[in-house]
Ligand binder design. Structure first.
Ligand SMILES: [Zn+2]
Length: 147
């Protein structure tokens, strides 16, 4: 918002003239025509600028699409998926605890149990990305011993 520097400009919204030193809102409008960008200045009375903003908003209602896309699951499946997610987290924490303590046989047992959950969760919205790390680790370790 600034004071109008010259007289003879017109408000884009109400088309009435804006007098010199009157408060004015100046908007830039970039238009691309055949690769060249043209900048057009639009001037508004402050009240008109607010008004045109409200008109614009009423023509463009809010679109709800915040956050990650939600899975389309029935409530029963959702509960089951959450149960599997929790079970996986528990098993992986046990796996980490045992492998850090050097009890590798027990650790691997928990690891395999956690990995087996992939099969169960696949029809319930797919295997979560965080679980994929588990798969990569497994592929690497099996590839290392195989070759
Ligand atoms: Zn106006």
């Amino acid at each position: 918002m600034t004071h109008a520097k010259t007289k003879g400009t017109h408000c884009k919204f109400c088309t009435k003239s804006i007098e010199r030193f009157e408060p004015v809102v100046v908007c830039k409008d970039h238009k691309k025509v055949q690769g060249r960008t043209f900048t057009r200045f639009m001037r508004f009375h402050p009240a008109c600028w607010l008004e045109q903003g409200m008109v614009y908003l009423s023509k463009h209602p809010p679109v709800v699409k915040s956050g990650r896309p939600r899975l389309q699951l029935s409530s029963v499946d959702k509960v089951e998926r959450t149960r599997l997610l929790r079970r996986h987290a528990v098993l992986m924490s046990l796996y980490r605890a045992h492998s850090e303590a050097g009890r590798l046989v027990i650790a691997v047992e928990y690891y395999l149990k956690a990995f087996a959950l992939c099969e169960k969760i696949e029809p319930l919205g797919g295997v979560p990305k965080a679980w994929r790390v588990v798969e990569i680790v497994k592929e690497e370790s099996s590839a290392g011993t195989g070759d």
